[in-house]
Write a protein that binds this ligand. Structure first.
Ligand code: ADP
Ligand code: F6P
Length: 322
């Protein structure tokens, strides 16, 4: 293994730059040539591939987003398109590829390996924390902290006006951001895909809490359950409260990564290079019980979902919101 490439794909996540930096610096240290691919698979197809130097990764550890840019390319599901991309990599004599992204990006990587023999290693980078096999994905912790900060700000104004706030957060089909923000910031209720709380249930909680003297409610809505506006409409039919909606949107995805994400990304970046140098392929880097491990990349979509701890945490969060 003499030449490797790095790309970021799918939704960007804070900490992706820290992973790029660590992978590149570790590879330079090992005497490898490193190429950057701009805009994920789009850049592979467009041959937007450049040789990286240490100056490309200098001063980026604290920057959110991704210096390699990111994109979604639905056409990458087409084998003909993947062949163009693989041929471009081969023309640069690139033998190994590090893909930083979510499970969709990993599927593309897996196919590049199976169809064209390019050695691939996936690094989980998404704010959603929705990749099976790893406890944490890069970007999740930073986003969680952004949500918590927003909740604290909202609580001040919610209390002053004795209002109920519905705060819609990202996460696709995973409720992690909403659930753990609720636990971390003392949320007053949550709607997440993994729990079956109905609008009636939450309305009941609001009524009880108000009767006990509470002046505000901050309720998290995970985007996977639907729009906070729709939920709000139903909620105000049942409970008499002054309601406001805040959709945090892409604010959640920007800004400097947390220390946790920087360290996670740094460890994962170096581990990905180590795996390529050891001749491995078709693997993803995971964080399990504070250890950096590897799993077959298809574990991200074929693996066993272990929600044991999450179910306990949901139960606890339920109790604490009452
Ligand atoms: P994420 O990687 O965050 O899950 P997406 O699901 O949007 O984000 O996937 C990112 C990109 O990965 C897609 O735009 C596409 O280029 C590629 N991709 C996703 N799914 C597949 C697939 N089944 N086969 C090949 N490439 C895929
Ligand atoms: O996967 C990351 C994510 O931010 C999701 O939480 C969200 O549903 C989606 O991407 C938003 O995508 P876009 O940036 O294309 O609006």
């Amino acid at each position: 293994m003499k030449k490797i490439a790095i790309l970021t794909s799918g939704g960007d996540a804070p900490g992706m730059n820290a992973a790029i930096r660590s992978a590149a610096k570790f590879a330079f240290y090992q005497g490898l040539e490193v190429f950057g691919v701009r805009r994920g698979y789009k850049g592979m197809v467009d041959n937007d591939i450049f040789k990286m130097t240490s100056s490309d990764v200098s001063g980026i550890i604290d920057r959110g987003g991704t210096v390699l840019l990111s994109a979604r390319l639905p056409e990458f599901k087409d084998p003909e398109v993947r062949k163009i991309a693989a041929d471009n990599l081969k023309a640069h004599k690139i033998q190994g590829l590090i893909v930083i992204g979510g499970d969709g990006s990993f599927r593309g990587a897996d196919l590049l390996f199976k169809e064209h023999g390019i050695k691939v290693i996936g690094i989980p980078g998404t704010i959603d924390n929705d990749i099976i096999g790893t406890d944490f994905t890069i970007g999740y912790d930073t986003t969680l902290n952004i949500i918590i900060e927003a909740m604290v700000r909202l609580r001040d104004t919610a209390t002053s006006h004795e209002r109920t706030y519905l705060v819609e957060v990202m996460g696709r089909d995973a409720g992690d951001l909403a659930l753990y923000a609720s636990l971390a910031a003392g949320g007053d209720g949550f709607f997440i895909p993994e729990a079956k709380d109905s609008i009636q249930d939450i309305a009941g909680v609001i009524k009880e809490r108000r009767a006990a003297g509470k002046l505000h409610d901050i309720i998290l809505v995970s985007e996977g359950v639907g729009s906070a506006y729709e939920i709000g409409k139903e909620l105000t039919k049942i409970v008499d409260t002054e309601l406001r909606i805040t959709v945090l949107g892409h604010i959640q995805r920007g800004g400097s990564p947390s220390a946790f994400d920087r360290v996670l990304a740094t460890k994962m970046g170096a581990k990905a290079v180590k795996e390529l140098m050891a001749g491995e392929s078709g693997m993803m880097i995971c964080s399990e019980s504070n250890k950096i491990t590897t799993k077959f990349i298809d574990y991200a979509w074929n693996g066993i979902v272990d929600n044991t701890q999450k179910r306990k945490d949901i139960e606890l969060a339920h109790i604490l919101t009452r």
